[in-house]
Design a binder for this molecule. Structure first.
Ligand SMILES: [Zn+2]
Length: 848
């Protein structure tokens, strides 16, 4: 049984048989709160008359199927999420009339009622294969077609899709019909429908190739938070930059950005109709990292309009290319066209760590993954596909030079416009523009797995000069590929209280050892930094003297990117049990207060907290928790009033607080008896404080309900659900389990809030029973709950707080015997690996 799966082979066979001439999709959104009417008419040709194929439709009640004028019985033709189509003619018309179900998981057509005002909001989310939850499709990216959407909805609603919104025609009873113009040729997964009582603003970008209408949409209850000018500024900067850099005018006419509720990811590149999670319209104070990331998301989706929507991968094997490209392009554009000119530092501090972590999990895979079916694709929206791919693409750009890269792209966009391509097509275009052979590069970086480690090895002479110097390259024994790397090397000395770069050089690293004759005879610096400039994708090691220098003086390095590399090296060494958790926490406490990179300031406290709770030796942990709590408290009190540091440290202090004195201080911030100059205790920060009190047994259900009565918004409800799950009580965990794992009617974002608040360090007693329960449900969760719910539970409810050898053994036994599908097992295997890593780090920390 295929279930909702689809294999690459099935898709290829269908693509060989069919061309899809057009879709007409009629949706009736006036038929109730749980289902909507969906009538699809598909015109398509078949190259082998008489053959059979199938169309896709998930979870529908099918009333009528007609193929070429002949009725087909749904009872026999519609099964297992497919409609069987037999006896095809050269030219065919398929009509399917059905009722489909509104989603509460963010997959398909999601329906949301705003608790703030009871207004209704719908939006679609179709990637990877979920257009088939809304209309009848041939659900694969290489069967592009033109789509005509016809939507019946309440007349006071806004209805938005890929084509410009038409004037609606009244249809009686307070409803109206929107008949959209046919789209350009699109893949099903980038089509979209957004409808409801949205607030709308219309603006425009006047560009070199003409005017692009720009729409902004959000819920009525968020209008006051829609910061139009900032959003328009980056949108216009993006269009000006990309239209020029890509040498191809924006292809989809208008550009709407719609901020939607309960959204599973950051945003989605529907052609001309981009949806973004509406947490990006913050109601409370946020730091610069938040706004920088939002800019990157906006630019990422915009880049997809060309790379992804205009030219689309044939099959999901090239998902990496789609995402890596958008990722590279958004950072490149942020640096070149916006105020965030140091975005590559943020990339190092935030995204590359994600890639390195993912690449060391047992589930790692080549960047160019072998996505044999949809199940394989759905778990690959990961750190390899996005961040490692983007790191490697950045190298490719350096390898072929930017101007050749862009010239190749322009040709590629013209050659494959409104069509599909494969990675080889892009490589051919780049070889043509650059004159360089790229096959071996692609083989080395895209077809292989794992991250290399680069370490300095040297001898010193009597005067403290390098007598020899090599860069050693290592690899995990399971993934032994050694690669070619272009790296920078920086030599820093302490000069008048600062760490000052004395010298830097660039060199090619190849094989297990690379001699560096330029350094022989050079006096050993206080800090020797490999991969300066962050050209390479590799973990780097610090020699003992350099590590000591960094721990004592990271704050005295002026270059933010050099600091980011030091932070990253120290974090990798901690995770790899080559540096103790204690050392890492000391490093963060010494350098965090003066760190200037927004992502460094916002992410490092989380890494340090992880070092405290997971990587420290259990017998030394209590003291380290106190050190961390008091250290963050001091940072908070020393932070400049109103600064991002102050906000970030307030959050970190709330997360670290566990002593009575610290918790008293959180209470005082909440009730206003303690005021920190410049720190606004706004709605979201209040919830952060309440959550901390709940986690420590100082906020009961009544207290949480009281907070919710002050903030009865969807955000408030999600925060309250989180706070309830954080409590160190058996009944709290039981309720959380029931709501997040057993029930089906808890909406996606609320479920995620509960799931991510379940496993709490230090709550071993109440969490112990959930080891067996987790493994028991993991057997069948994927099939029973679907991709979205199941993956959230499997990833975040893994009992990693209870790290022990016994847990590893129990999980190994489960992995041996469980009937769970590979996607579910992947999450369990990753959780197991986290535990094994934590135990190694704890042993290192125990040695001091
Ligand atoms: Zn993307």
């Amino acid at each position: 049984m295929p279930g909702t799966n689809l294999t690459r082979d099935e898709a290829a066979a269908r693509a060989a048989l069919l061309e899809v001439t057009s879709y007409e999709v009629e949706l009736d959104l006036t038929t109730g709160d749980t289902t909507f009417g969906s009538t699809t008419t598909i015109a398509f040709t078949c190259s082998e008359p008489g053959a059979e194929t199938f169309a896709d439709l998930v979870g529908a009640t099918v009333h009528e199927i007609t193929l070429n004028g002949t009725a087909v019985d749904p009872a026999t033709a519609y099964a297992d999420s497919r409609i069987r189509l037999t006896g095809l003619a050269a030219e065919n018309t398929l009509v399917v009339r059905a009722d489909c179900t509104y989603s509460r998981t963010g997959e398909g057509l999601h329906r949301f009622v705003d608790p703030a005002d009871d207004r209704v909001y719908l939006y679609s989310q179709f990637e990877v294969p979920d257009a088939r939850r809304v209309f009848t499709t041939f659900e694969q990216p290489d069967l592009k077609s033109v789509f005509t959407f016809v939507v019946t909805a309440p007349e006071h609603w806004k209805v938005v899709s890929n084509s410009p919104s038409p004037e609606p025609t009244p249809a009686g009873d307070g409803s109206a019909v929107w008949r959209f113009e046919p789209t350009k040729p699109l893949s099903t997964y980038v089509t979209a429908i957004v409808a409801g009582e949205y607030h709308q603003e219309q603006h425009a970008y006047e560009g070199r190739h003409g005017t692009i209408p720009l729409g902004l949409y959000c819920r009525q209850s968020l209008v006051e938070h829609l910061d139009t000018e900032e959003l328009l500024t980056v949108t216009r900067q993006g269009f000006e930059f990309f239209e020029d850099a890509f040498g191809y005018p924006y292809p989809f006419g208008k550009y709407d950005q719609l901020f939607v509720p309960e959204y599973n990811m950051g945003a989605m590149e529907n052609a001309g109709c981009v949806t973004l999670r509406d947490e990006y319209l913050p109601r409370s104070r946020q730091d610069r990292a938040f706004y920088e990331f939002r800019v990157e998301v906006i630019l990422h989706e915009m880049a997809h309009m060309w790379f992804g929507d205009l030219v689309t991968m044939k099959w999901w094997d090239d998902l990496w290319l789609n995402e890596s490209f958008a990722e590279w392009a958004c950072y490149h554009a942020a640096v070149e066209a916006t105020e965030f000119t140091e975005s590559w530092t943020g990339f190092t501090n935030a995204r590359k760590n994600w890639a390195y972590r993912q690449d060391q999990l047992p589930s790692t895979h080549p960047i160019a993954a072998d996505n044999v079916d949809l199940h394989a694709v759905e778990v690959n929206f990961d750190g390899i596909t996005y961040a490692k791919g983007a790191s490697v693409l950045k190298q490719l750009v350096a390898w072929v030079r930017l101007e050749n890269f862009l010239e190749g792209l322009t040709g590629y966009f013209h050659d494959f416009e409104y069509a599909n391509s494969e990675f080889a097509d892009l490589l051919t275009a780049l070889e043509k523009s650059s004159g360089r052979e790229l096959d071996s590069w692609a083989q080395e970086w895209l077809q292989t797995t794992g991250v290399n480690t680069l370490a300095p090895r040297f001898e010193l002479d009597a005067e403290g000069r390098y007598a020899s110097f090599v860069v050693e390259q290592g690899a995990h024994p399971d993934h032994p590929t050694l690669r070619r790397h272009r790296i920078g090397v920086g030599l820093y000395d302490r000069v008048e209280g600062r760490l000052v770069r004395r010298q830097s050089l660039e060199l090619d690293v190849e094989g297990a050892t690379t001699e560096v004759p330029e350094l022989v005879g050079v006096t050993q610096p206080d800090l020797l930094l490999l991969n300066e400039g962050d050209l390479a994708y590799a973990k780097i090691r610090l020699d003992p003297r350099s590590l000591e220098t960094v721990v004592e003086g990271i704050a005295t390095i002026d270059d933010s990117l050099a600091r980011a590399l030091c932070w990253g090296a120290a974090w990798d060494m901690t995770r790899d049990a080559e540096m103790t958790a204690h050392q890492f926490v000391a490093l963060v406490l010494s350098g965090l207060g003066s760190e200037t990179d927004a992502f460094g300031v916002s992410r490092l406290p989380a890494y340090a907290a992880q070092a405290v709770h997971q990587y420290s030796a259990p017998e030394r942990r209590a003291a380290l928790r106190t050190t961390w709590e008091q250290g963050v408290r001091a940072l908070l009190h020393d932070a400049a009033p109103g600064s991002d540091h102050q906000l970030s440290f307030a959050r970190a202090f709330a997360a670290a607080a566990h002593s009575d004195a610290a918790l008293d201080e959180l209470e005082a911030l909440l009730d206003g008896s303690l005021v920190l100059d410049g720190l606004a205790v706004d709605a979201d920060l209040r919830w952060t404080l309440v959550g901390s009190l709940a986690r420590n047994g100082r906020a009961d259900a009544a207290r949480i309900a009281d907070e919710l009565s002050r903030d009865n918004t969807i955000s408030g409800q999600e925060h309250a659900a989180s706070a309830l799950a954080l409590r160190p009580l058996a009944e709290a965990k039981a309720q959380a389990w029931q709501d997040a794992v057993v029930r089906d009617d808890v909406p996606n974002e609320t479920q995620r809030s509960i799931v991510t608040s379940f496993q709490v360090p230090g709550q071993d007693d109440v969490l112990e029973p959930y080891v067996e329960r987790y493994l028991e449900v993991a057997d069948t969760l994927w099939e029973e709950k679907g991709t979205q719910r199941a993956s959230t539970v499997l990833e975040y409810m893994f009992p990693k707080q209870l790290a022990s050898e016994a847990l590893l053994a129990r999980v190994d036994a489960w992995l041996e015997s469980s009937p769970a599908n590979p996607a579910a097992k992947r999450y369990v295997r990753e959780g197991r690996d986290d535990v094994a890593r934590a135990l190694r780090a704890q042993a290192r920390d125990a040695r001091g």
